[in-house]
Design a protein around this ligand. Structure first.
Ligand code: AMP
Length: 291
């Protein structure tokens, strides 16, 4: 009998899949604390899995949100073709022992009459902020809503989107939201390519070329390790590596202050080397802290 009841217990799915703000609030009312939040746009990969695992270690209740946020896409085509699969994502969440998945419709996040934008200042302006106008307003707005709805003790983000982490930290601090932002290391393919939901759009040829981002960053890192402190020289090092890859269409390379993201002349403190490169219509980003 004992083993039968254990089997029955195991068969009960623990994962709650919720689609409305009201259902989420109700589930969280009775959830064990602390709560860990992992906000995602779905099409989960091993990078997301690592965030979930980290959240589970720290938390009594792990909440994953799956929401392709239209407000953070500055190109309509990028939003339309963003990969989506509820079944696939839910299977991964189940596999990772997630407690609650929140997967709302657009109208549930932005109900009729919604008319607020959260706009972070200086740290949101350079790099991705310049390359993708409105992107960080969309990110800060949706993350503020999710932070407010979930009220988690901690939320987990990937260092792959280093500027995003800085923007969200600034937003949470300024709006007095008591959720700690935890940055987790970038998860990579064996050849160095950072995992990204957008990698699925790369052709086999582009996929073979894409690790050039990592090689460029590692070349800058090696030069910095060897004592190079001219940011211009470090940018040139990255551009030199990228130039050798004909499929790589460089949008920017940057060596910026690690706290403000202002472009540097000389690297004399914590810095961030970062880049954005297009392969056809697929845009990839990556970064390497220099500290
Ligand atoms: P996304 O679904 O692309 O919006 O990403 C959701 C979260 O996963 C963000 O905090 C990302 O920074 C993080 N993330 C995406 N790719 C990776 C990766 N390769 N390694 C670690 N975290 C990642």
């Amino acid at each position: 009998m004992a083993s039968r009841s254990t089997a029955t217990c195991d068969a009960i799915p623990r994962l709650k899949v919720l689609r409305t703000r009201a259902a989420l609030r109700e589930a969280l009312g009775e959830a064990a604390r602390p709560v860990g939040l992992v906000p995602t746009m779905g099409w989960l990969h091993d990078g997301h899995r690592e965030l979930i695992r980290r959240a589970r270690v720290d938390s009594a209740t792990t909440v994953v949100t799956l929401f392709v946020n239209p407000r953070q896409f500055n190109e309509a085509a990028d939003y339309t073709k963003y990969p989506r699969s509820e079944a696939r994502d839910l299977a991964i969440c189940e596999d990772e022992g997630v407690d609650i998945v929140f997967m709302p419709d657009v109208e549930e996040v932005y109900p009729p009459g919604f008319d607020t934008t959260v706009s972070v200042g200086a740290v949101a302006n350079p790099l991705e902020g310049t390359a993708r106008p409105g992107h960080f307003d969309g990110v800060a707005t949706v993350v503020a809503i999710l932070f407010s709805l979930v009220g988690a003790e901690r939320a987990y983000f990937g260092q792959k989107d280093a500027q995003q982490v800085m923007v969200i930290r600034q937003m949470a601090r300024d709006l007095a939201i008591g959720t700690d932002v935890v940055a987790c290391p970038t998860v990579r393919e064996p050849d160095g390519l950072a995992l990204s939901s957008r990698n699925v759009h790369l052709s086999p040829e582009q996929r073979r070329a894409a690790p050039v981002l990592r090689r460029a960053l590692l070349a800058a890192r090696a030069a910095w390790d060897a004592g190079e402190r001219s940011a211009t020289a470090l940018r040139q090092t990255m551009l030199g590596v990228l130039a050798a890859e004909p499929l790589a269409d460089v949008e920017y390379v940057s060596v910026a202050d690690g706290r403000t993201l202002e472009e540097l002349g000389d690297v004399d403190g914590p810095a961030l080397a970062s880049l954005a490169v297009r392969f056809g219509t697929t845009r990839l980003i990556d970064n390497e802290p220099l500290e």
